[in-house]
Design a protein around this ligand. Sequence first.
Ligand code: ADP
Ligand code: MG
Length: 373
Amino acid sequence: MFIHHLQLVHYRNYEQLELAFDNKINIFQGFNAQGKTNVLEAIYMVALAKSHRTSKEKELVQWGQSFSVIKADIEKKHGNLKLEMQLSNKGKKAKVNQLEQRKLSDYIGTLNIVMFAPEDLNLVKGNPQHRRRFIDIEIGQISPSYLYQLTQYQKVVQQRNNLLKDFRMDKKNKLEMLEIYNLQLIQYGTKVIKKRLGFLEKLNHWAKEIHFGITSQKEELEIRYQSSISKELMGLEDTEISELYEQKLLKVKEQELERGVSLVGPHRDDLDFYINRISVQSFGSQGQQRNTALSLKLAEIELIYEEVGEYPILLLDDVLSELDFQRQTQLIHTIRDKVQTFITTTSTESIDEETLMQSSLFYVEAGLIRRLN
Ligand SMILES: Nc1ncnc2c1ncn2[C@@H]1O[C@H](COP(=O)(O)OP(=O)(O)O)[C@@H](O)[C@H]1O
Ligand SMILES: [Mg+2]
């Protein structure tokens, strides 16, 4: 996949922006708060219909304006496409070749993205929500049906929580309703878990290999799915997962009624990382945590290639300078000649000479961008 042209109207601090890209590696350089991340965010937005750093989409529209547009001309193996994302107080509108897309879940993933931002360095140690978001977004962009099932699941959790919250009155009716919600919860929840397990199996394969590379074959990385339903779910059939789910719901029923929330299921599950069978979350050094995050991101690139048949676009926000030389080399080696990459940095000093020579350089200043080479 390749972005040839990007156009922004009233997006963040960009009144109007038009950029053409003819290179695999594109570097945006500039001081802080000039609009570097905003460009990457716009690319992320036009691809995945969400921002990587906020869920308040109003913030994306330039102050004082009522709407915002992002357009990207992209090239894929089977032809060129024009993507467009419009934001206004009426919500989001996505278009492909000027045709409005009814279902965002079908639109998402037309352009695949892997983003590596400073907050991802916290992926391993940060809160579980961050890791669930990671896994949901990544599966979502290669599987529209996952997005559908996840949304359905989240709706049931919401309704079920509302029911659990005020249970006291009209108990009998509510118990019947709870049974119905349980069936739906298990139905969608099982599908979500099953997809996550399948994804992790593939991600594990790539992450392990890449992590070996980063650590000169010294560290074996493993990602495990930690479910609130049962200890080990990997390898189980749908029906077996559903059964365990049902049993667990029965076990926590009293507790759920008491606390008024849904306590088990994919919305409470997590990922665990192990290096040489020792938990990275508990015992990993900061370097190991960073490497793990990097391995995951690089693994995603390969996984998307495997699933979609094309390499995604890679967005590196302010992270290249965070990586030491060996890791930079590993990264550049992985993406070279294959993956169109957009990099932001305050200084090009930390980027190796050879990469710089092959890159297009852009200078970002107060919502204006000019090409330097
Ligand atoms: N909705 C908006 N309208 C106008 N300017 C905005 C909006 N949102 C953020 N900004 C501005 O964008 C700038 C931050 O851009 P950002 O891309 O995060 O900077 P950096 O170059 O450090 O990555 C700040 O100056 C901020 O005031
Ligand atoms: Mg930034």
